[in-house]
Design a protein around this ligand. Sequence first.
Ligand code: FAD
Ligand code: NAP
Length: 314
Amino acid sequence: MTDPVHTRCLIIGSGPAGYTAAVYAARAMLNPVLVQGIEPGGQLTTTTEVENWPGDTEVQGPDLMVRMEAHAKAMGCEVIGDIVSDLDVDARPFRATGDSGRVYTADSVILATGARAKWLGLPSEDAFKGFGVSACATCDGFFYRGQEIVVVGGGNTAVEEALFLTNFASKVTLIHRRDSLRAEKILQDRLFRHPKIEPLWFHTLDEVVGTDNPKGVEGVRVKHVETGEITEIRCKGVFIAIGHAPASELVKGKVEMHHGDYVRVEAGSTRTSIPGLFAAGDLTDHLYRQAVTSAGMGCMAALDAEKFLADQDG
Ligand code: FAD
Ligand code: NAP
């Protein structure tokens, strides 16, 4: 058993919020330790072009996150590949336990665990996950060269996934439950102009159909939201892009939440209901959920932690 790792500031999560907090906490000489979690680099590693990160007209999401990690390390943050499976928010110092068995103790904690993809919750969706059903076009799109694909959803993610999948697929059907999209106008324009993409309005996914041997998707049954009429679409890939839910399990029932499972922070700060525990990024934000807003909150969290520790030291 290794000795506990002690730090002035433990950062949990390696998305834009976590790495920005790391840069600021390191520069404040807090000797931060950052635990990366199951998705080093966070959600942006699941996309391609990012066109709204200031200073880069276009940057690949995974490249941006590699640069952020390098930046955090260069400033002196210790970055650890582990997943925090338990966080004791009553202990002082705070005590986190990793999947690796390692224990982390900390005088302050910044939670930046972000969000993860939502699923529809259909048994057939679950049955074919990894066998034709996916929530990540950049990860799995390549498997569908020359095939027909459906994407479910109407937000930025769904439209970006649909556009990206045209690089591989012969046809992409975008299934949406309304007849207007939530996605940014610039993305909508690209989608409507694309010859390979066909939107299917007022429909929801009812069932994924496929074979067991070999296991794979053959199509989907979709339902008209008003008439209830069921139609079958042949396809080999099903991409679910219906939004993201905050990854707040570590503190569920331990801190105040809002809008469901988002961690509540005091207005204009990153202070949670527990002194010394700060939260930043998509984990706290049901509204903006952008890389740049997450990074901004990461900065705020490090500054809030620095002030908290200075006040403690008297
Ligand atoms: P995340 O990026 O979600 O990172 C969370 C981190 O927490 C991960 O590293 C994860 O491993 C870690 N973690 C979770 N649980 C634990 C645990 N128990 N222990 C340790 N670590 C843990 N935004 C834009 O501004 N522009 C875009 O072009 C854009 N494109 C996008 C495309 C897609 C496909 C998606 C899904 C999102 C996109 N976004 C975009 C949104 C943007 O990615 C998010 O707003 C941003 O990544 C949120 O940053 P975050 O640091 O809060 O969390
Ligand atoms: P989102 O904006 O919440 O959109 C989710 C979409 O899925 C909505 O169109 C919603 O329909 C639909 N949906 C939700 N539940 C459904 C269900 N059970 N059945 C059928 N459809 C369902 O999520 P997102 O697109 O993942 O975006 C999340 C955040 O990341 C946003 O803030 C977004 O701006 C950001 N992001 C930004 C970029 C970018 O800047 N380029 C790219 C990707 C993501 P309704 O519209 O009917 O509610």
